[in-house]
Design a protein around this ligand. Structure first.
Ligand code: V47
Length: 450
């Protein structure tokens, strides 16, 4: 028996600990990659080589990344790809989330946000509220308003373009070009229905019409919510009644064709399995291949446009000018609190890091991976910056959709908190606007830099 700081342990356990932590080789500086970990998985060497050469990983690679015990290698690999795309930058933005209503025709079992009209806690905001929120956002120097809500059964179509125009006009009066990122694909389809533009024979015409109207009103981009998991079994079990993957992808494709950038998400850790997550990622990267091909990128022999390939520059100035692609993937870990699926534990910390790293590796044509701190805590999001993420989202201020650990709707971090978190993770904090352009600022006055 020997003594260990944590109490007495028997010698065979101590042997194992010693063997596991002793590095077999070290870089000349003495710091650096430690080879010879007991659980080192040599099968990952080939995956790493291909990922860094800009070759597309297969679903089988994804399964290996999900099952290997060599988690450090998975994290290091995702970090290496991330550093190839963003060697030093860690991005954040100054933003504000606003929910115009939590009244929703659907009752998704993972969702704690929705209420029925007249139910305790149900709310619908009028345009005076929207003006007030806009003023407060501009006064705090925000560059973005992120706006989403439930599928309200009674609000008229006219409310939605008015909502967008009100934010843009009120901000303009105060000298701000506040970007409106609004409405998930699920809401866009709902709007096409209430505007009576959605027909079974040509559903895309209605989606296009709605997006054109909203763009004219000042819509700048679409957030990535509502994607959940692109699988019919999971759909029917956890969010029946919502649009399926084909329609979600149609909405984003049409937005891209109209020159709007969009984001993507995956909501994992509930009733789906890991294979279903990988298929979701594969469907997203195929949709991005198409968007990038429309923007003039050359695909490889398999139709893939990977960004870590030699000689691929992203984004090009032409892309920035024209727009029309997925900017970022945000893996959203299921937060069980208050939902019908509350009995489920939600994903563990390591599962979150692993999924984030795998998203970075599989989504080889997405420039950004976001660790949305609200659903992770800022502490965990810092770790994610070291496992493939390059962006923390923003100051947020109000967030009503999930409340981790009993948080209230007021969930805000300061710019200083975000900058410190990024710096401590070893990156240079860069303020970006919604389209990932660098922001220059003097106090609350800001402009987009080169
Ligand atoms: O659409 C709902 C998800 C989404 C839960 O695009 C839940 O920049 C976890 O999409 N546990 C809204 N997730 C959030 C979202 C988002 C957030 C930040 C940035 C961006 C972006 C997008 O949250 C919903 C749904 O998919 N969600 N309930 C839950 N219990």
């Amino acid at each position: 028996m020997i003594t260990h700081p944590g109490g007495p342990i028997n010698s065979s356990a101590a042997d194992i600990i010693t063997r596991e932590v002793r590095p077999a080789t070290r870089s000349p500086s003495g710091i650096g990659h430690v080879r010879g970990r007991a659980n080192r998985d040599l099968r990952l060497d080939d995956v790493r080589k291909r990922a860094l050469a800009g070759e597309r990983l297969t679903l089988a690679d994804g399964e290996l990344l999900y099952t290997t015990p060599d988690l450090w290698a998975v994290f290091e690999m995702a970090d290496a790809v991330r550093r190839k795309l963003h060697p030093t930058a860690g991005y954040y933005n100054v933003n504000r989330h606003m929910n115009y209503s939590n009244v929703c025709a659907l009752s998704c079992t993972f969702c704690e946000f929705h209420r029925k009209q007249g139910q305790d806690g149900a709310y619908t905001r009028d345009l005076d509220y929207v003006r007030e929120q806009t003023r407060s956002a501009v006064e705090s120097g925000a560059t973005e308003m992120h706006v989403v809500g439930g599928l309200h059964p009674y609000l008229p179509w006219s409310y939605y373009p008015a909502l967008v125009a009100t934010i843009r006009d009120e901000a303009a009066k105060l000298g701000s070009a506040l970007h409106v990122k609004a409405f998930t694909a699920v809401e866009i389809v709902h709007l096409a229905k209430i505007a009576k533009r959605y027909t079974a024979s040509d559903r895309t015409a209605g989606i296009r019409w709605v997006l054109e109207q909203l763009k004219d009103a000042g819509l700048g981009s679409l957030p990535g919510g509502g994607a959940e998991v692109f699988d019919d079994r999971v759909h029917d079990e956890a969010f029946k009644g919502k649009i399926r993957s084909d329609i979600w992808l149609d909405v984003h494709q049409i937005a891209h064709e109209l020159g709007l950038n969009t984001n993507a998400t995956i909501l994992y850790g509930h009733v789906e399995d890991r294979r279903e997550r990988l298929v979701h990622m594969d469907m997203l990267r195929k949709a991005q291949d198409e968007a990038l091909s429309r923007l003039g990128y050359d695909a490889d022999a398999h139709g893939a446009v990977t960004l870590t390939r030699q000689g691929v520059e992203m984004p090009t100035p032409a892309m920035n000018e024209r727009g029309g692609y997925f900017q970022t993937i945000t893996p959203l870990p299921f937060v069980p609190d208050g939902s019908v699926l509350e009995r489920l534990p939600g994903p563990s910390g390591l599962e979150n890091l692993r999924t984030l790293a795998i998203a970075r590796l599989m989504l080889d044509n997405f420039l950004h991976v976001k660790a949305f701190w609200i659903m992770q805590t800022l502490n965990a999001a810092q770790l994610m910056l070291q496992c493939g993420a390059d962006d923390l989202d923003g100051t947020v201020v109000w967030y009503d959709i999930t409340k981790v650990g009993g948080a209230s709707t007021h969930q805000e971090v300061t710019v200083r908190d975000l900058q410190r978190a990024i710096r401590e993770a070893g990156f240079e904090p860069i303020e970006r606007d919604t389209l990932y352009r660098p922001v220059m600022r003097e106090g609350t006055r800001w402009w987009v830099g080169k």
